[in-house]
Structures are given as C-alpha cells and as structure tokens.
Design a protein around this ligand. Sequence first.
Ligand SMILES: Nc1ncnc2c1ncn2[C@@H]1O[C@H](COP(=O)(O)OP(=O)(O)O)[C@@H](O)[C@H]1O
Ligand SMILES: [Mg+2]
Length: 391
Amino acid sequence: MRIRKLSIHNFRNLKVSSLSGLEDFNFIHGLNGSGKTSVLESIHTLALTRSFRSRKMQTVISFEEEALTVRGEFSVGEPNNGVIDVPRETLSSIGVRRSRQDLVLVKLNGEKLASVGELAGVLPVQVINPASFELLEGSPSVRRQYLDWGVFHVKHSGFYELWPRYRKALQQRNSLLRRGNIGASVLAPWDAELSATAALITAARQRHFVQLSTAFDEVYRRLLANAAHLAEDNLDEALTKMPSLSLEFYAGWKDAEDAPFSEVLKAELSQDLKSGFTRNGPHRADIVLKCGRLRAGEVLSRGQIKTIVCALKLAQSKVLLSQGIPTVFLIDDLAAELDERRCKAVFLELIDLGVQVFATAVKESDLHNEWCGDRPLKRFHVEHGNINAIL
Ligand SMILES: Nc1ncnc2c1ncn2[C@@H]1O[C@H](COP(=O)(O)OP(=O)(O)O)[C@@H](O)[C@H]1O
Ligand SMILES: [Mg+2]
C-alpha cells in the first residue's frame, strides 16, 4: 500500500498543493520555513486527523481560512516490495477536513465515516524528527506511547477497547481516593474493573514487547554494523565497542510477574489514600533501556542515542510488517541529526522493510539518491509553500 497522490489545502503555508507520482521514497527539500515539515504533518493528519507538531489544529489551519483538508490517494492491490508478503489492500483514498470550529470530517474511499475513530489503524505512520529523541530521555509517557503505538496496531490486541475502560475505572477510583476516608468496599467494583483490564492490557503489551525487543536487537546491531562498514572501519572493533543494550518492560507496578495487580491495589491502598491517586498500574508502565546496569540515557552519547531511537522506531515497523501491516515513515531533517553514514544505514533498513518514506532536508544534496538503493525515488522542492516535483 502506497500513497500515490497527496492534495493539501490551507495547511499552514501550503494553500493549494498537490504531490503526485509519489514513490517508495519521496525526498522534499527547501529552505527553512518553506513548508517541508508541513507536508509531513499533513500526511500525519491523514492518518490520525491531527499533526505531530501542534496539539491544536486551529494553529495548523492557514491564517484567515475556515478549514484545512488533506486527501491521499492510494494504489490498490499492489504487492508490497518488502520481505513479507502483505495482503492486497482495498483502501483507495482517505480525506480529512478540519475546521476552526473543530469539526472533523473523515472520508474513506469517498464515504463519510460515522465516527472519526474508525480511521484508527488504517494508515500506520511513524515519525522520526528531532522530538523523537525524547524517547530515551523524556518521561515514561513518551515510551508508553511508543510501545502502545505497536500494541494498538497489532490485530486483535483489543487495546482500542481496553484502554478507555481502564482509564474510566482509574478516574473513578482516583476521585474516590481524593474524597478520602473511604473503605475498601467502596472501591471494590473499580478495583475489580481495574484489575481485569490491567491484566489484559499488560498481557498485550508484554506479548508485543517480546517481539519488539527481538526486532530491536537485530536492527540495532545491523545499524551499527552498516554504519561502521560504510565508514570502512574495522567491523569487529566497532562491534566490540558498541554498548551492549537491553530493553526491559516495566508493567507499572513492582514485581509484576509475582504480584497480581489486585493484590497491589489492596496493599497500597493506605498510601494511595494519602496521595489521593492510584500510584501503580499500567498507566505507569515504562520501557527501560539499559546499558549494562545503567540507564542508557545517562551514559550514551547523543549520536548513540539517536541511532538507538531510529532502531526502536524501525523495530516497531518490523514487528508490524511481520503481521502484514506496512508503515509509512515521515522523517524530518534526519541529515541534521545523524551523520551521513548513519543516515545511509537507517535507509538500508527502510529499504529492507519495504515501507514508503517521506524525508525532508534543507539542501537537495543532503538527501542522497544512493540511499534508496534501486527503489523508486521522487523529489520535490518546496519554496514559500509552493511544491514542485523535480523531473
Ligand atoms: N497557520 C498557519 N498559517 C499560515 N502559515 C503558517 C501557519 N503556521 C505556520 N505557518 C508558516 O508556515 C511555514 C512553513 O513551516 P514549516 O513547514 O515548519 O517549514 P520547514 O519545515 O520547511 O522549515 C512557516 O514559514 C510558518 O511561519
Ligand atoms: Mg521543518
């Protein structure tokens, strides 16, 4: 499945733009402020009805305009070029319109969706941009979001229904805790619901995490090896120098394998009452990346962290692809973040995954033709919100 054509209206400085003849790899270059990130945001909006840069879509709608629209046309029934055979798709178009009054209209194959939520999961997109590097150094919520992105897209994980149930029970329990002076019996129905949903959420996360960490090991080793090889370093030496990394899943409460969540809720009740909220649970889950016994974020260099973050993102897509779900990658200004050999190693992985890629840079020469191997490439130049294909 590939986006073949993108039409963008009133999206920041992109007034009326169209990108057609899109290929597996699409390179967009232009000066700062020309509209490159806006193109990537528009694709994100197609997938999730919102930008990855601004929470408020009102700020994304072009000044003085009433609404923005993005429309993507897809190639139907095209075999995937990747290592895994993806089933033929039936998606031909997605259209998203967002107004200043915050009305959201979504059309799939030309038909209006009754609920915007139905768009969820149709077009998985992954963003690699300077903010992605928060994955290691940011709060646990960034890593939860990363993990749950994968769990959510996995078929039959039930995550989409489970999470609102868990959140509702958590809110109810917290509001009772805030009242204070209540007995365990008042909390019992919410504790039961929390425990039931927590077990299912955690099991789904754990299942996905096992696959994710295997994929991560593989991708990370290859990224390092390829980056070293491309620099014509001694590969063995580079590999022995590489920090040995391990990923650990933290369910959101201590000793989760031995302690069922219902027991934890009981044991921690007096502390929860003092705090006025539920201090343990899947809403506190995390992925811990360790370098030996230390937290990776504390010992690695910026360059190493960036490589690891790329490996984490690529690993997610590898797991999804193994289940027949291809991802679209939106890569903003990678050349400003990684040196050329690391960029090339990242692109080798993208080629291997067979995914569609949109990548931006300031200069045309920052994005190299050879990064795409023998896969088709299309280039665009953006200037003051005008996008032109380079023939
Ligand atoms: N709501 C808006 N309406 C019109 N222009 C906007 C809006 N929001 C941002 N812009 C402008 O859009 C331009 C494109 O920004 P951006 O996509 O970030 O460019 P680039 O990624 O190429 O540096 C910027 O010059 C910015 O000032
Ligand atoms: Mg930008």
